[in-house]
Ligand binder design. Sequence first.
Ligand code: SAM
Ligand code: SF4
Length: 345
Amino acid sequence: MQNKTLIHPLPTEVRPQLIDSFGRVHNYLRISLTERCNLRCFYCMPEEGIPLRDKAHFMNHEEVFGIAKIFNQLGVSKIRLTGGEPLIKKGAKDIIANLAKLDTELAITTNGILVDQFIDVIKDNGIKSVNISLDSLVAQRQEMISRRNYFDRIFKNINLLIDEGFNVKINVVVMNNVNDTELVDFVELTKDKSVQIRFIEFMPFNGNKWSWSKGVGFQKMMNAINYHFGEEKVIPLVGNPNDTAKCFTVENYKGSFGIISSISNPFCGTCNRIRLTADGKMKNCLFSSGETDLLTAYRNGEDLIPLIKHSIGTKKAERAGLDTIEKLNTSSLNTKNRSMISIGG
Ligand code: SAM
Ligand code: SF4
């Protein structure tokens, strides 16, 4: 790792905290670097794409850093870069190197295509946790889901990260009659590989034609896995308080698997997450259509702190008020939010 000068805003013990009206401390910021992508996963990006906007609408390198620094001063201790595909953002290498100077843990979620070109940047800047999306172990099916043929490259890069000793998680969005027959195959990957598979319940966003009938819930996934391995061999793991996944390992397997059950069993009670979109809007919940425009305020030289605190203060208890499957299934409610590609998962 390179020598780096850390920017310490204040000692941790006296740093302010972003606490919402339910007492949840928000110390984890997910920054979307771009809403563009080199894949077109159908659950994330609408078939017709999203309208392309001029680059002036999006945060530049200095703005990403400047806004991140303010969150860091407000107690954010972990930043995850996401997108769109974060590694296609122009200047991504410099952005990563600069954010690494903040007194935060830095992590990244990527589709993996460009990981080999970024491996030194990832290593040199102290990133230890890399999440990669891969929805099928069958190349043709992965191509059908992502509308592009990059399976071999992604798989090679997953192995590269594992060999380099990174903490690697593979994100799999599980959908009925799409990839739900592959749960056991994915868990089998953890037999010899030190990797965590994270099965994610399919979530509604604008343009992804969501209905819960297309999703696979926690219990159904567990039933299939327990049935194959034997319930006594599937061992629950103790997680951290803010974990989104409930995790398990199969007896004597090297890796583990987890299920992110945002729909069937939301984990909002321990939510510590804030999102910043590539166009500089803060979202206090992934499911919220409400946004706070930090970029315009930043460009106008305004103080962002009251805006950030107000947004946190108005965060709802559960899924931005979409607290039942009925509400989620109501298209007038579930299409109000942006497409996932322009939020940053
Ligand atoms: N391009 C990067 C990637 O694919 O990992 C980062 C951005 S992507 C939006 C972040 C995560 O959101 C991915 O793991 C993806 O599988 C997940 N995601 C996207 N749309 C989703 C949906 N409708 N339901 C559940 N997860 C979704
Ligand atoms: Fe791109 Fe990631 Fe969305 Fe797939 S999930 S379209 S890789 S941003």
